[in-house]
Each structure stands twice: as structure tokens, then as C-alpha cells.
Design a protein. Structure first.
Length: 318
């Protein structure tokens, strides 16, 4: 009798915890719902382009890399050259799509002669990081599609190892995780504090099983991105968070965390008080959208917890 009661309590425990979490986040949901009312749907050209991803991949292109850039200055050409160098060295069929997100600093001109694999998309006005990624993703021709920031803090060579990890594990997504035990970060204490605060908030609000949604280097299977991208609405820094939320809702639950080395930014920090506040608001909107609209629920598969693996972890001694 005692054992049966214990088994019953054990079976009910996850459900009780989830209900308590929903009660605790109710104020955040209410705020998000109010913000969502004033949030217009994106214009057609931002996200309807993603239908191109359903076209078959180019057999000669294993990986398409999108590099969004907004006034990156002198950091852009070294980042592009580095990616071209490592992909060629590994004999990987690739294309690099650099998306100028309304840049006005003339940095795109520095890419002359960067190589036949490099394509440039120049948006006439600033859409935000998420909007630039939408534009780049929709033109990707590879079997795997990823992105890396253009500011020089992440070595594009990481995408080589992420590609191998994805191919070996069959993961839906491989993502850079600065909290991986093998990761190294030269970020400022301020950026680390902001990252910790945001990841803690995301964990409480969404319960995704992912403790770093924001590091700017990720890789997805083409078919996964084709299914998930049309569901996304955020066009700024909350794009990364929304990508995980939409993928999880669609049933893509194998997200593999991989180590990353974060260097000092060549292009300066993009984290400001206004950026932090806007991203927090956008996160609340994503929460309200998930809870109260069918936007992320177009798939018949139910919301699931992301199965987050780690790769490259050292064995710890007892």
C-alpha cells in the first residue's frame, strides 16, 4: 500500500511542479499578453520567403552559413575570410550568405574578392538580427543551415565541428552553449551577468531544458528550419529564444549543446540598457504567443521538453 502511494506521488510530481510553475509565471504571461496586443504581425517579406527552404538542397553544398551584419566595420572581412579558410581546409561544400541589415558604414565593400562561395544580401532598412536571418535563411541552398555573428567574438571554425556533430548524432539542432563545461568566455563581467539573468528567466518561463539560447552560433537541418521558420515572428534578439520555443512546439526535441570559445568583440558590444529591456519585453511576448495563440502550434505534435545533450564534455573524476 505504501509503495503504491509512493508510486502515485512520483507519477504526479512532474505535473504538480508544472502547475506550480504556470501559477508563478502568471504575472509575466499577463504582461506579455498586453504587449502582444500591440505587436503587429511581420510584413510578408520578412517571413514568407522561408517557403524556399522546402526546395531540395544543392548536393554540392553541405552547409549554408548566414552571417547577419549591422555596421560591423573592420570586423567583417576577417570573420568572412576565417570562415572561408576553415571550410576550404576541411573540403566542405559551403556557401556564406552575408546579410547587411541596413548597414551604412560601407563594410560590404570590403568583401570584394572574398571568394565565389560568398553571397551578399543588402537589406534597404534595418530589420533587426532576426529579420536579417530570415532573409538569409530563405536563400540558403545547403543541407544544413547555420549562422554565426559577424562581430568576431566566435570563431566560425566552430561550425565545422558542429556540422560533424550534427551528422554523427542526427540532431535537429547543434547550438553553441557558453555554459558548456568546455566553453571559454572572454566576455565582460557585465555581459556575463546579463546572460546569467536572461538564461535564468528563460528557464523559469519556458522550461525548455536549454540553458543558453542566445549565443550567436547555431546549426539546423534544412528540413527542420523549413518547418520552423514560418512560425517565427520575432525580428530582433529574441529570435534565438523563439527558435527554440517554436522548434520544441513542433516536436523537434534533439538540441545538442556544443562548447564555444567567446573572444573579445572586435565590433564593440551591442548590449545596451534599451536592448536588454526590449529583449525582455520580446521574451514575454513569445511566452504569451506560445500560451494563447496557435502560432507555434501548427504541428499536430504536442509541446515537448527539449532533449538537450552535451558533446565534448570531459569526464569528471569522483
Amino acid at each position: 500500500m505504501v509503495k503504491s502511494r509512493r508510486a502515485w506521488f512520483a507519477s504526479q510530481y512532474p505535473r504538480v511542479i508544472e502547475q506550480l510553475r504556470l501559477v508563478a509565471i502568471a504575472p509575466a504571461y499577463i504582461v506579455g499578453k498586453l504587449l502582444l496586443k500591440d505587436r503587429p504581425e511581420p510584413t510578408r517579406e520578412v517571413w514568407m520567403e522561408s517557403s524556399r527552404l522546402w526546395m531540395p538542397a544543392n548536393r554540392e553544398i553541405e552547409i549554408s552559413v548566414v552571417m547577419p551584419a549591422y555596421n560591423p566595420g573592420a570586423a567583417l572581412r576577417p570573420a568572412v575570410d576565417r570562415l572561408v579558410e576553415v571550410m576550404r581546409a576541411e573540403h566542405i561544400g559551403f556557401e556564406l550568405i552575408v546579410v547587411s541589415d541596413g548597414s551604412t558604414d560601407g563594410s560590404m565593400a570590403t568583401l570584394e574578392g572574398a571568394g565565389p562561395e560568398v553571397r551578399i544580401i543588402e537589406l534597404p532598412a534595418n530589420r533587426g538580427k532576426g529579420g536579417a536571418l530570415h532573409a538569409g535563411f530563405s536563400r540558403a541552398r545547403g543541407s544544413w543551415v547555420g549562422f554565426v555573428d559577424a562581430d568576431g567574438d566566435i570563431d566560425p571554425a566552430h561550425l565545422v565541428s558542429y556540422l560533424k556533430t550534427g551528422q554523427e548524432t542526427g540532431a535537429d539542432m547543434v547550438y553553441a552553449n557558453k555554459k558548456h563545461q568546455d566553453s571559454v568566455s572572454a566576455s565582460s563581467p557585465f555581459r556575463k551577468a546579463v546572460s546569467l539573468g536572461f538564461s535564468s528567466l528563460v528557464g523559469a518561463l519556458f522550461s525548455l531544458g536549454v540553458n543558453d539560447t542566445q549565443t550567436g552560433c547555431k546549426l539546423l537541418k534544412r528540413e527542420v528550419l523549413a518547418d520552423v521558420l514560418p512560425r517565427l515572428r520575432e525580428t530582433r534578439f529574441a529570435f534565438d529564444l523563439e527558435l527554440f520555443v517554436a522548434a520544441s512546439t513542433a516536436g523537434y526535441t534533439t538540441a545538442v549543446a556544443a562548447p564555444v570559445e567567446l573572444k573579445e568583440r572586435m565590433a564593440g558590444s551591442s548590449v545596451s540598457r534599451s536592448t536588454i529591456l526590449r529583449t525582455l519585453k520580446d521574451a514575454l511576448v513569445v511566452l504569451a504567443r506560445r500560451q494563447s495563440t496557435p502560432t507555434y502550434k501548427q504541428s499536430v505534435r504536442p509541446q515537448q521538453r527539449v532533449y538537450a545533450k552535451s558533446v565534448g564534455a570531459r569526464k569528471r573524476s569522483n
